[in-house]
Design a protein around this ligand. Structure first.
Ligand code: FDP
Length: 338
C-alpha cells in the first residue's frame, strides 16, 4: 500500500465532500501544534519542562509546566490561521477570542492540551484531545453558550498520544483513522484506516482505589468481572489502568477493552471526574465511529445537552457489549429505586 500522509488524507476527504477547506486547514494546524508538543514532551528533564508551573487551572488543579506550554502552543498556532471563530481550553475559564488583527472562520475548537498530566514527570504517555464544532450562524464573537452544543454536533474530534510513538487518531464522522508521526520526515502518516473496536472484550480499565465510593450498580458490575470464570459472567477479565485517558482509550481503540470513570461519592457533587466538552465528547465520537459505545452509565454521552463549558460527567466507553452490560445495571438500579 502506498503511504498516505495526513495532508493527502485531508485532500481526499475534501474531494469526497466530507469536509471543507477550512476544516481541513484547522486539522493541519492542530496537527502541526501537536508535533511541537511532541517535541517539548520528548525532551523530558533536558528541556526544563518537568514539574509544576506554580499555578492552578480553572478546575483548581495544579498546572504542570507542560500543561501551560501545550496550551500556549495550541492557542498561538490557531489564532492566526483564519479558520476559527474562537477556542476553549480545559486550562482556561473562558473561551479565547481570536485577536482582531487576524481573520476569523466559522469553527469552534475545544481542547485538553495535555491530558494525563500527572503522568508527565514519570515518563508515561500523555496526550492532547480536541473537538471541533460549527460556530452558530451570525455569531461573530462566540460566548460560552455558543460552545454548549451536544457531542452529536461535532464536526471532528481527535487525540494525539505522546508515547513511544506519537499517534494522531481522528474522526470526521466517517470512521476513525490513525496516523503515526514519522519523526524523520516530520509528517503524520496513515497507519490504520477505519478502525474497528471488537464488540466483546476481557479487559477493563478503572481506578480501583475508588471502589468503596462507587454506586451499587458499579460495585455489582466490577464485582462480577473480578469473580471471573467462577462468577456470573463465567469469564476471566484482566485489568489495565494507565491513568492517562488518551493512553487507556488508545489501547481500547487498538485491541478493544472498556474504560470507566464512574460517579463516586467523592466526586458526586461535581457530576463526575472527566470533562464533557474536552474529554468525554471527543472520545465518545471517536469510539462510536470505531463501532464502540460511550455512555455516562445512564445516557449516551453524545446526546447530553451541555450546561457549562467545564461540566464533568461519568464516562463508560469502549467495546459495545461491556458498555451495554454496565449501563444496563445502572438503568435497572434506577428503575428499582424509582
Ligand atoms: P490527569 O488528572 O492526570 O490529567 O482527565 C484527567 C485524568 O488525568 C485522565 O487522563 C485520567 O484517566 C484520570 O484523570 C486519572 O485520574 P485519577 O488518578 O484521579 O483516577
Amino acid at each position: 500500500m502506498k503511504p498516505v500522509s495526513l495532508i493527502q488524507f485531508l485532500i481526499e476527504e475534501r474531494r469526497a465532500g466530507r469536509i471543507n477547506a477550512e476544516l481541513s486547514l484547522l486539522i493541519e494546524v492542530v496537527a502541526r501544534a501537536c508535533k511541537r508538543i511532541a517535541v517539548a514532551t520528548s525532551k523530558g528533564a533536558l528541556g526544563g519542562v518537568l514539574g509544576n508551573a506554580g499555578s492552578d487551572n480553572v478546575q483548581g488543579e495544579a498546572q504542570k509546566k507542560l500543561d501551560v506550554i501545550s496550551n500556549e502552543i495550541l492557542l498561538e498556532a490557531n489564532a492566526w490561521g483564519g479558520h476559527l471563530a474562537a477556542c476553549a481550553s480545559e486550562e482556561m475559564e473562558d473561551p479565547q477570542p481570536i485577536p482582531d488583527m487576524y481573520p476569523k472562520g466559522n469553527h469552534l475548537l475545544l481542547f485538553d492540551p495535555l491530558d494525563g498530566s500527572s503522568n508527565i514527570d514519570v515518563n508515561i504517555s500523555v496526550g492532547t484531545i480536541f473537538s471541533v464544532l460549527r460556530c452558530p450562524e451570525h455569531v461573530t464573537e462566540p460566548k460560552v453558550e455558543d460552545f454548549l452544543q451536544p457531542g452529536t454536533q461535532q464536526l471532528a474530534a481527535g487525540y494525539v498520544v505522546y508515547g513511544p510513538a506519537t499517534l494522531l487518531v481522528l474522526t470526521f464522522g466517517h470512521g476513525t483513522h490513525e496516523f503515526t508521526l514519522d519523526r524523520e520526515v516530520g509528517s503524520f502518516m496513515l497507519s490504520r484506516r477505519d478502525i474497528r473496536i471488537p464488540a466483546e472484550t476481557a479487559e477493563f480499565a478503572i481506578n480501583m482505589s475508588n471502589q468503596r465510593h462507587w454506586e451499587a450498580p458499579m460495585q455489582r458490575y466490577v464485582g462480577e468481572l473480578l469473580a471471573g470464570k467462577e462468577g456470573p459472567r463465567a469469564k476471566d477479565f484482566n485489568m489495565r489502568w494507565v491513568a492517562s485517558m488518551v493512553a487507556d482509550v488508545h489501547r481500547i481503540v487498538t485491541r478493544g477493552g472498556v474504560f470507566f470513570y464512574p460517579l463516586d461519592a467523592k466526586i458526586k457533587a461535581k457530576g463526575g471526574k472527566l470533562r464533557l466538552m474536552y474529554e468525554a465528547n471527543p472520545m465518545a465520537f471517536i469510539v462510536e465511529q470505531a463501532g464502540g459505545a460511550a455512555t455516562t452509565g445512564r445516557e449516551r454521552i453524545l446526546e447530553i445537552q451541555p450546561a457549562g463549558l467545564h461540566q464533568r460527567v461519568p464516562v463508560f466507553l469502549g467495546s459495545r457489549a461491556e458498555v451495554e452490560v454496565a449501563t444496563r445495571y445502572h438503568r435497572e438500579a434506577d428503575v428499582a429505586h424509582a
